[in-house]
Design a binder for this molecule. Structure first.
Ligand SMILES: O=C(O)CCC(=O)C(=O)O
Ligand SMILES: [Fe+2]
Length: 939
């Protein structure tokens, strides 16, 4: 598009940040929604060139959108709209929905003056665009010192994540004293703004113990002057300020970690006041009015890439700023795009010596007076007026397609790995019940702690909810926990020695613990997938690096040859070949570590966490009771292990199946990818060969009960294995002479001599309902009937027999739950799935107008691709992935999800997709296929 040499490089120095400055790896490493635009002309009245450095990051090859000549002459509204279109940003990236309430983006010249016309933008040459609408000082790097234009003050960057500046000597000492004196006359206990769930007084004492005073600026010329001094510092107008809050911390007083802005999630009671989150505290200018001899630091516990702390009162880790009289600390609670920044979490550590006087000066992103209009509101029609998006809507999900835009003059190559197509067997999700989730957890607990039964004391009523979303979230929490566990493998110090102790411990198990142990191999399967997926991801990362460096090389080569001989990036890409044995070894190593970790945790009794605490209170007692009955281990009292020893024998046979594992591991990358893309579509279990206990005969000799047999097998990835096959056989139970008498006396045990008595041990009284109740529930005619009925009743109601009769069902549920979990884990492992598509570059796009080419043809999916011009009209952006969570893709390929309205349908139909289950693209496009069509705007 441009042969022009950009004069922008030297203009960027004070406004952009190198990606390395962002230490966090768990979130985007850039400043969301802060874009630096450079505009220039080569000759007067010549075309205007535009270069954009997106999200505050310095890129070697900045985005070079083409600015059509008529845009320069267009009115402000049209110019803004076009800019938004060129830069692909949208309000829909905001976390709070309700896009019509989000303020319009803002354009500023480098010093912070708001620009209000196309001419001003052209004059400015360098322009900062903030999607959140308000000026935001770019932090550049830690240690960077920026002189505040027209003043003697300097903003020194003390942190980039969160963005924090220290301004020394902002207040004179006499001013500090005056302010303290004003505050002192008005002190009261510091409140917090309680969340909906907080009990006001209690919460306050727990979180904040200082005293405070609010001062109206109008009361004092000094405060009025400070309003302006601060507005000049923040470049946010005075009328965005909240009244200053003077704080006094005496010995031991503190403020636990918190953020200053309001997340609507926690402030439902006042969500209208805060425009559902879009009217919020943007930044804090925190005044230090005294020195503090010891303690009293302002702490940012998430700085230096630290995780969200568990203890909000801890002052151990993070960035600490020592109070210094006259200094102010400026930090942003919102990101430049208007979203909240969780890294802005901060606290006041307890004062250990002396007294701390300080003050909060909060600046909002919108004027405090709700009547005051926002700048550029008139021109903002993205979701304005009668909104096309209903209140509370999140990003629309339909008709999502992926656009790849080639920003280079040479062809760009894209390749997609096997499409990520996850299908759960339909029956699975359809029949999944709450009970299964609970069982799943119970099972997970058994697994972690096998040998110890206490973990199932409390059945895990997960949600008791029919709310699908709630259930899904709960399931995800579970899946994530297991996933996180697996990820922690690096914490193992000495694998070899731990391995041994791990196997000793396993001999102590018995009963259902053994069952759990035999189920363990299911988890091994997942662990294998994890391992291989991790390897795969690592490999892809490696390739990305290679491609990026090759791209750079090509570009510099091309520059040298001055446009001659267009080379394709793909030609330079080498795929790394590792021999099968190496890959197998690597996979095995990772897997070993995962399993060792599990052993270690079992040994140490870790993972006993109760999920319950966070989730209780949502259902009725009755439901809880109902579900409790479904927990198999509840039905097994500790005192009667003996029948379970028999079970153990049966299961022991299954243990021999362990070699099934050894011979059927997922040992190749290919197979793993296959699984990852297919999901566990054939994961299944059945216990069809099982027979429930039944009464064979009843006569004067007594009762003959067939205790039935249990046979369960499962299948996975085309393989089938019998898990166990255990026959309990028939037993004769002689009848006592006067059953009815015994029954009436409550002596049920006497009624059940012989084998059955042995099975239920001496504990049957405690296990079953009162005998009369039991009897009363039966509709039995004669004496003989009574006994037979009772026999049935016993079998169906009394542990452990009822356990046996239901074992098949229960087992099936285990397996189904597990399959679901496993699929989720796979999904987790594949979370980087999109990056797969961004990664490699091996095939070429046809040029515009040429026929579509088949990009991929697999058993499940065929992708064809073609190039076409970008639609001429303003495309409504649905979702811009680059801004949501993924780091911006390197080098040539930018991609985003967009909606072209009705055209999308047309695009989508150009994908020829066939699913094995007959599903159609129109129904699956939204959630199964993340990336659909490649729409290259090739110049
Ligand atoms: O006292 C400090 O250092 C921080 C106080 C604070 O964060 C607040 O009052 O919101
Ligand atoms: Fe605060």
């Amino acid at each position: 598009a441009s042969s022009s040499v950009s004069p922008c490089d030297e203009r960027y120095a004070d406004w952009l940040t190198d990606r390395e400055q962002f230490e966090r790896m768990d979130e985007p490493r850039y400043l969301q929604g802060l874009h630096v635009l450079c505009l220039w002309r080569e000759k007067e009245d010549g075309p205007v060139f535009l270069e954009a450095q997106l999200n505050g990051i310095r890129e070697e090859n900045p985005f070079l959108p083409e600015l059509p000549p008529d845009v320069i002459d267009a009115d402000w509204g049209a110019f803004r709209k076009h800019l938004q279109y060129l830069l692909h940003f949208t309000k829909a990236t905001n976390e709070w929905g309700n896009f019509h309430l989000k303020q319009p983006f803002g354009l500023f010249e480098p010093g912070g003056r708001r620009l209000a016309s196309t001419a001003e933008v052209l004059d400015a040459q360098l322009v900062l665009l903030f999607e959140g609408g308000q000026w935001f000082w770019p932090p550049v790097r830690v240690g960077y010192v920026r002189a505040l234009p027209g003043t003697t003050y300097e903003l020194k960057t003390v942190s980039v994540q969160p963005v924090v500046f220290l301004v020394r000597g902002f207040l004179r000492e006499e001013e500090c004293q005056t302010i303290i004196a004003m505050g002192e006359a008005n002190m009261s206990e510091s409140p917090i703004v309680p969340m909906d769930t907080h009990h006001r007084d209690k919460a306050t004492k727990e979180f904040r113990t200082s005293t405070q005073a609010r001062l109206e600026s109008s009361e004092s010329p000094l405060l009025t002057e400070l309003d302006h001094r601060i507005s000049n510092l923040t470049r946010v107008p005075v009328h965005h300020n909240e009244e200053v809050q003077i704080l006094r911390y005496r010995l031991g007083e503190f403020y636990a970690a918190h953020t200053d802005n309001f997340d609507p999630q926690y402030y439902q009671n006042s969500v209208d006041y805060i425009d559902k989150g879009h009217r919020n505290r943007l930044l804090t200018v925190f005044w230090y009015l005294t020195n503090v001899s010891q303690g009293g630091e302002t702490l940012f516990p998430r700085a230096h890439a630290l995780p969200q702390p568990e203890d909000m009162h801890s002052c151990e880790k993070g960035l600490k700023v020592q109070p210094e009289i006259g200094a102010v600390l400026l930090w942003y609670s919102l990101r430049p795009n208007g979203n909240s920044d969780p890294n802005s979490l901060h606290a006041s550590c307890p004062v250990q010596e002396g007294m701390k006087w300080s003050a909060n000066y909060w600046v909002w992103n919108k004027p405090r007076d709700v009547q005051v209009a926002l700048p550029d509101a008139d021109y903002d029609d993205e979701y304005g007026g009668e909104s096309s998006v209903a209140e509370g809507d999140t990003v629309p999900q339909n008709n999502v397609s992926a656009t790849f835009e080639n920003r280079h003059e040479h062809p760009v190559y894209l390749s997609a790995l096997e499409p990520v197509l996850r299908s759960h067997p339909p029956a699975l999700s359809a029949t999944m019940k709450l009970g299964s989730i609970r069982l799943l957890l119970a099972w997970a607990f058994i697994f972690w702690t096998s040998g110890s039964f206490k973990l199932v004391e409390s059945p895990l009523a997960m949600t008791n909810s029919t709310n699908e979303t709630a259930n899904r979230i709960v399931e995800e929490v579970v899946a994530q926990r297991l996933h996180a566990d697996m990820e922690e493998i690096s914490s193992i110090d000495n694998p070899a020695s731990e391995n041994q102790s791990g196997s000793n411990e396993s001999t102590a198990m018995q009963g259902p613990g053994e069952l759990a142990r035999n189920l363990e191999f299911l988890l091994i399967k997942v662990a294998q997938l994890e391992a291989v997926a991790e390897m795969q991801q690592a490999k892809l990362d490696e390739q990305t690096k290679k491609i990026v460096s090759q791209e750079d090389r090509i570009q510099s080569l091309e520059k040298k040859v001055n446009g001659e001989g267009q080379k394709s990036a793909g030609a330079f890409v080498e795929t790394e070949h590792k021999d099968a044995q190496t890959r197998l070894n690597e996979a095995t190593d990772v897997l070993k570590n995962v399993m060792l970790k599990h052993n270690r945790q079992r040994q140490k009794g870790m993972l006993h966490e109760r999920h319950r605490s966070g989730l209780k209170g949502s259902g009725s007692e009755k439901e809880a009771e109902e579900s409790a009955r479904w927990n198999p281990l509840d039905l097994v009292p500790k005192q009667i292990r003996s029948p379970f020893d028999k079970l153990v024998d049966g299961f022991q046979a299954a243990a021999d199946k362990a070699h099934w594992l050894a011979t059927n591991t997922v040992d190749t990358l290919e197979l793993a990818v296959n699984i990852l893309s297919r999901g566990f579509t054939d994961f299944g279990a059945n216990c069809h060969g099982s027979n429930a206990p039944s009464i064979r005969s009843f006569d004067q000799h007594g009762l003959r009960i067939n205790f039935g047999n249990l046979r369960c097998e499962l299948s996975l990835m085309g393989q089938r294995t019998e898990l166990f096959n255990f026959n309990f056989g028939e037993r004769a139970i002689p009848l006592p002479s006067h059953p009815m008498q015994l029954l009436a006396a409550g002596n049920i045990v006497g009624l059940l001599p012989g084998q059955l008595q042995q099975i239920v041990g001496g504990d049957i009284m405690g296990l079953m309902p009162h005998p009369m109740k039991l009897l009363g529930a039966l509709d039995c005619a004669g004496q003989a009937d009574v006994v037979q009925c009772l026999g049935f009743k016993i079998i169906s109601d009394i542990a452990p027999l009822n356990f046996l009769t239901r074992l098949g069902d229960i087992f099936k549920e285990f397996i189904e739950s597990f399959a679901k979990l496993a699929s989720k884990l796979v999904a987790q492992a594949m979370k980087g799935g999109q990056s797969l598509l961004q990664t490699a570059a091996t095939t070429e796009f046809p040029s515009v107008g040429k026929e579509a080419v088949v990009h991929h043809r697999g058993p499940n999916l065929v992708i064809t691709k073609h190039s076409q011009k970008m639609p001429g009209k303003h495309a409504e952006l649905l979702q811009k992935m680059a801004n949501l969570e993924e780091p911006k893709p390197p080098a040539a390929v930018k991609w985003s999800f967009e909606d072209y309205g009705p055209e999308t349908q047309a695009l989508v139909t150009q994908l020829l997709v066939s699913f094995p289950f007959g599903a159609r693209i129109s129904t699956c496009a939204g959630h199964i296929l993340k990336v659909q069509l490649l729409n290259g705007a090739v110049s």
